[in-house]
Design a protein around this ligand. Structure first.
Ligand code: TYD
Length: 363
């Protein structure tokens, strides 16, 4: 096994280090763009061939602060960097504590990035899922939960507000991202049927809240508005997303892993549909910024029109309902971004700059 300890942090591109889940049984925050496995006190972040394993060995939850002093992180004894190519057995380290439940939040999740470069999405979202499930089989995990997305159902037309995604809606994906997530879901169900792995799947609508990666709609608009930069709305901005506060999503996962039926899929949605343009206008209003910052730019290729979840099953079976109203959630989220500038400013000053230039300069 090749272990690269104290590798300079600059080798780790494109993501930050986050205390994503303080207690796997009571997850508090999810950042959907981060690839990680949270397993009893250890979590790992993977990008390409590199895997960053963070382990609070000293006891307690002494994670490095998100994007804190990079030198400190790089020299931290809590972090080991594994070369995945040379170390297919790395999971043995991750699993040495013999967890009983594994929740796979791991995903490359940004549709725009998947349009630019599908390969990493297949690697992380599909192969990564099978690697993790193989380890779960080996170690006799009591529950493997797959965090999926409503995007596996494709999209709904804008002129049919009566239609919603149920768990029976056929898989009908649009983007390389959603296709990779759908493939993973099918694998998860196949591992259940073929090997008897005790799985559950949740398919959630768009999350928002703390630690949302700055290249996604809401944090991007907050960051740009604060800097009085143009707010790039794709096309007319009429696309509809069903926004769910991240803590409500976490509570749903918590319920599913403890009370959900094995082999089942649960849709998780906020009944909170909003057009993109509405979201951007709300952010302008909350920050006291003029709507003249809104700039319509070229549309996303294959842009899904509307996502809308029917959460009847999880409500009826597990009693879940979203608790945070959008008006409150968006205020809390904006306040969080105001209070945690260091976190996102560090991110947007790095690789994000070239990403932004590439995605938005000639749009
Ligand atoms: P995003 O946050 O990327 O989530 P998803 O594509 O998974 O729904 O985008 C949300 C919506 O916002 C989507 O319809 C695309 C749109 N969008 C913009 O109009 N401008 C932007 O700069 C971004 C990032 C997204």
């Amino acid at each position: 096994m090749t272990i690269f300890e104290r590798m300079p942090i600059k080798e780790i591109k494109g993501y930050d280090i986050l205390p994503l889940i303080k207690d796997p049984a009571k997850p508090e925050t999810i950042r959907e763009a981060t690839v990680h496995h949270s397993i009893r006190g250890e979590f790992a972040i993977r990008r390409g061939k590199w895997k960053l394993l963070c382990s609070p060995r000293s006891g307690g939850w002494s994670y490095p602060k998100p994007n804190a002093d990079k030198e400190a992180i790089a020299s931290s004894p809590l972090i080991q960097l594994y070369d995945m190519d040379q170390d297919p057995g790395e999971k043995h380290n991750v699993y040495k504590e013999h967890p009983d439940i594994v929740v796979n939040f791991a995903a490359e999740s940004h549709v725009d990035r998947s349009i630019e470069d599908p390969g990493i999405f297949l690697q992380t979202n599909i192969i990564g899922t099978s690697v993790l499930m193989d380890a779960c089989r080996k170690y006799g995990i009591q529950r493997y939960h797959q965090v999926s997305t409503d995007e596996v159902y494709g999209d709904l037309p804008l002129d049919r507000p009566d239609l919603f995604f149920t768990e029976e809606t056929p898989i009908h994906t649009s983007s390389p991202y959603s296709s990779s997530k759908a493939a993973a879901d099918l694998l998860v169900l196949a591992y259940h049927r073929t090997y008897g792995l005790p799985v559950t799947i949740s398919r959630c609508s768009n999350n928002y809240g703390p630690y949302h990666f700055p290249e996604k709609l809401i944090p991007l608009m907050i960051a740009n508005a604060l800097a009085d930069k143009p707010l790039p709305v794709y096309g007319e901005g009429l696309n509809v997303r069903d926004w769910l506060y991240v803590e409500d999503h976490c509570k749903a996962i918590d319920l599913i892993i403890h009370k959900g039926r094995v082999g089942e899929v649960y849709n998780v949605g906020g009944h909170n549909e909003k057009q993109n343009i509405e979201i951007v206008k709300i952010i302008c209003k909350e920050l006291g910024k003029p709507e003249s910052l809104i700039t319509h730019v070229g549309d996303r290729k294959g842009h899904d029109m509307r996502y809308a979840i029917d959460p009847t099953k999880i409500h009826n079976e597990l009693g879940w309902l979203p608790e945070t109203k959008f008006e409150d959630g968006i205020k809390k989220t904006i306040q969080w971004y105001l209070d945690n500038r260091e976190w996102w400013e560090t991110i947007i000053s790095g690789e994000y700059q070239s990403y932004y230039e590439k995605m938005y300069s000639n749009r």
